[in-house]
Design a protein around this ligand. Structure first.
Ligand code: SAM
Length: 240
């Protein structure tokens, strides 16, 4: 199908990002697949093209305006669901090396098909819980950047995410505008998990009233092998 990319391009231009024809084609195929697979599984409640652009694609890509996404940087997306933010970031930053993680196998099957249909290389998906994968040598402290959107409270999320980050790397949580209380509640957990809050970037999604925050956390120390605790524990009993 032909979609009108004008709004998408205008919003991205405010983030100093541009789309090539190939990228537009990839976003169109991705959007078609989201609509198609959404009929048989729960991928997104938002389905109208302009809304998907605004709340999924632009929101995912906004990170590029606040963090330098270096060539060949390794990135892991924890709890990626239908691929947010990992797939839009991979489309616009094709040099990124990406691993998409989700605990729901049918979503991972969807992601495998997206990767194939969009002819993406340097990106894979894995089915599993962060708490278990983070104890495997092939994943632990292997990534320059860990991102995660709409998965858990920052204290639990830090326990899912920081173990994957290399020393000197970064974990960035996509959060809503009002984040101060959550930050207060998570400071201890972040410290125990070898992280240090670098900064919090607050912004408005272009041409909307939706406020968002990026919580940018540096990995400054190695983490005790006992973290993350066993599956379900970080969510039920966040470190504090
Ligand atoms: N990040 C996507 C987005 O922003 O649209 C999906 C958000 S969805 C609300 C949360 C996703 O996280 C679900 O797909 C769920 O299966 C996954 N998830 C929750 N806990 C997880 C864990 N411990 N390890 C891996 N994936 C997890």
């Amino acid at each position: 199908m032909n979609y009108n990319f004008q709004q998408f391009e205008e919003k991205l231009s405010q983030l100093q990002l541009t789309l090539t024809d190939r990228m537009k084609e990839q976003f169109a195929v991705y959007y078609d697949m989201l609509c198609e697979w959404n009929k048989i599984m729960n991928l997104t409640t938002i389905i109208q093209f302009d809304e998907v652009v605004e709340k999924h694609f632009v929101d995912s890509l906004a990170l590029g305006a606040y963090l330098e996404l270096k060539d060949h940087c390794t990135m892991i997306d924890i709890g990626t669901g239908a691929g947010f933010p990992g797939i839009p970031l991979k489309i616009v930053y094709p040099e990124l090396n990406v691993l998409l993680v989700d605990s729901l196998n049918k979503r991972v099957r969807f992601l495998e098909e997206v990767i194939q249909k969009l002819y993406l290389t340097g990106i894979t998906s894995v089915h599993g819980r962060a708490e278990e994968l983070a104890h495997k040598n092939e994943y632990r402290e292997q990534y320059d950047l860990c991102v995660s959107r709409a998965v858990a409270h920052l204290a639990s999320l830090s326990e899912y995410c920081l173990p994957f980050v290399k020393m000197g790397g970064t974990f960035t949580a996509y959060k809503s505008a009002d984040i101060s209380e959550e930050i207060e509640q998570s400071k201890k957990a972040i410290q125990i998990l070898g992280g240090k809050i670098n900064r919090i970037e607050k912004f408005q999604l272009p041409e909307t009233e939706y406020g968002r925050s990026f919580v940018i956390i540096d990995k400054v120390r190695h983490i005790s092998k006992k973290y993350p605790r066993k599956s379900g524990t970080p969510g039920r009993c966040p470190l504090q």
